[in-house]
Design a protein. Structure first.
Length: 255
């Protein structure tokens, strides 16, 4: 009964919001489709959270951890080579804001923090370019953020990821971005890529991610087998040749 009441209340609030937004934007001469779609996404996300809180057994098909989101080029300044290379920095930023229970205050604030990490890496290690899972953890999580409550683990199957999520942990995962087949990437996509895994939907067999490479990447979903097959670590450096490595993930735990 409590779940039904919550659902009805959220639907009613959403309906009122949709009508208000449409009328306001129509009068202002603005196309309302994109804005309404974003409101719908937020309502759906809130319903999922309330379902989880109200009835854990009913919510068992879905794991969803609320992690603040930023794209790696928050102001769409993709010509900046530091932001082109910032998937590791953006992933670490999101993870640390989750650990601290902090929101990302603005796109400008996200950009400032990403560039500060890149500057730290360049001054201390000589480069802000691609960093392996191990170096992302040691240089950014430990070095820049002074955070050590993480582990680097092998990934032998999609279940390894699901089990960590079910334990309330989030994951930073290195990937072959081209193997993700994301139509929103500049094609063919990045050969070296990182993002944050925030959830799993057992009904659709999809991982839920904060995808650093696209502006609409919050709660972006990938088929679990496609995602697993795309996992690929890489060496630190500027376009260092890729050689076969074990599939790994950085497991982030709250303090």
């Amino acid at each position: 009964m409590k779940l039904l009441v919550i659902f009805i209340a959220l639907v009613a609030a959403a309906a009122a919001s949709f009508l208000g937004i449409r009328y306001y934007l129509r009068d202002a001469g603005v196309n309302s489709s994109y804005v309404v779609t974003q409101v719908q996404k937020q309502v759906e996300k809130q319903v999922e959270k309330e379902v989880q809180k109200s009835n854990p057994s009913e919510a068992s098909p879905l794991i969803l951890i609320d992690v603040p989101f930023t794209v790696q080029a928050p102001l769409a300044e993709w010509k900046d080579p530091r932001q082109q290379e910032a998937c590791e920095e953006a992933s670490s930023l999101m993870a640390m804001h989750w650990v601290k229970g902090e929101k990302i205050q603005s796109r400008e604030a996200a950009k400032t923090e990403i560039l500060a990490i890149a500057k730290y890496e360049e001054e201390k290690f000589g480069s802000y370019h691609d960093t392996s899972a191990k170096d992302t953890a040691e240089r950014i999580l430990k070095g820049y953020y002074n955070y050590t409550n993480y582990e680097i683990k092998d990934v032998d199957s999609p279940d390894d990821i699901v089990n960590e999520l079910a334990a309330g942990k989030i994951l930073i995962v290195p990937l072959n971005g081209q193997a993700l087949h994301n139509r929103n990437f500049t094609q063919p996509g990045p050969e070296r890529h990182m993002l944050v895994v925030t959830g799993y939907d057992r009904n659709s067999s999809q991982f839920i991610t904060n995808e650093t490479g696209i502006k609409q990447g919050e709660d972006w979903r990938y088929d679990s087998n496609l995602f697993f097959n795309a996992i690929r670590d890489y060496d630190t450096g500027d376009k260092v040749p890729i050689i076969p490595k074990p599939k790994v993930m950085i497991v982030i735990k709250k303090q």
